[in-house]
Write a new protein. Sequence first.
Length: 154
Amino acid sequence: MNPTLFRHGINLWPPFLLAGIHVTKVSRDFRDIDVELRMRPWNRNYVGTHFGGSLFAMTDPFWMFSVLRNLGNRYFVWDKAAEIEFVKPGKGTVGTSFHLDEATLDELRARAADGGKVLHWFENDITDAKGEVVARVRKQVYVRLKPAARIPAG
């Protein structure tokens, strides 16, 4: 999949488009992704700050997608759990970045080598234009080597 095509496509995906979520960068290897949430009249809450659901949605698919793209089709990869801590009201444009490094991929491969399930937590800070943390998001990703891809012991 072409990262530029992916970025344009996901930016036109109605849940992101209507929420004001905009992917600004996708690296060639899908290991680095930058996302921002732009303040719009329709994504403000009652008190005029970012709707918490939009803050959470801007982080939703990217860890799972990045891991899946980098581990390949030999693995099942799913979102398993998530949590968000709202630190301060979000106003204006807020953003977050995802970076998946080789060490984490090596760890996931090693932990999944026996065919068992692996649950790994990833974390993101959502920050405002001043660099202040608006929210902290944790996403748990499930990884498991597919049965046909397992190498028998011995």
